[in-house]
Ligand binder design. Sequence first.
Ligand SMILES: [Cu+2]
Length: 275
Amino acid sequence: MTILNRILMYVGGAAMLAAGGPALAGEGQPSRWQMTFQDANTPIMEQITSFHRFVTIIIVLIALFVLGLLIYVMVRFNETRHPQPSRTTHNTLLEIAWTVIPVLILVAIAIPSFRLLFAQYDFPKADLTVTATGSQWYWTYEYPDYGITFASIIVQEADLKPGQPRLLTVDHELVVPVNKNVVVQVKAVDVIHDWAVPSFGIKLDAVPGRLQRTWFRAERTGMFYGQCSELCGRNHAFMPIAIHVVTDEEFAGWLAKQKSSASLDVAGKVATAEK
Ligand SMILES: [Cu+2]
């Protein structure tokens, strides 16, 4: 591959990333030939997506500008066309310009970047609090306000029902109401795990001995998947995160059902997961 081809490939790829809309992305899970993020389902992920797009456009423009300069220098000032090199060493105006312009670009990037960071850590009033505990190799969910606790364990490939995605389906999903502020407390009991849900814009380490917090407000109902994103051992790839976003009525119904069947056989499932 020639250098020019390689450059064209990178520029083309970056431009596709910048321009690529949700057409190629999946709803709540990865899709074939996906180039961009999964569709945003929370205000934070919408901000992350637009910030990513903004920065990608700046990167492409800078790359094109530098590429143009390089080509200009190669054509205009090569040895054949310009045998006598110039002896210029300083140009005050140019030096001020190439210092000030990058500073302005960085400031333009920093403003939306900090706005996003503050939005992620600016917790709204919680409508629901859940706790996600990572262990080798499954997640345990708790609804402290309702006294509900259950383990969420991967469904083996042979047991999948039609439409259930491989390596992402669990036996008991985290169920949350739509358009409600859900605060998630994330912790771990053995090693570091990471509770990550791409379409929610969440990726938070679960650290033993520490309680971390994040929040989301899901805007559409449906199934949304994530995976443990911190290498945690042999079955790291087999502890998916599945979130079922439901309407308020469905959530109330689910709560009532959970309370009536209070004694979930957590211990039995843990034994299966550890095999
Ligand atoms: Cu893990």
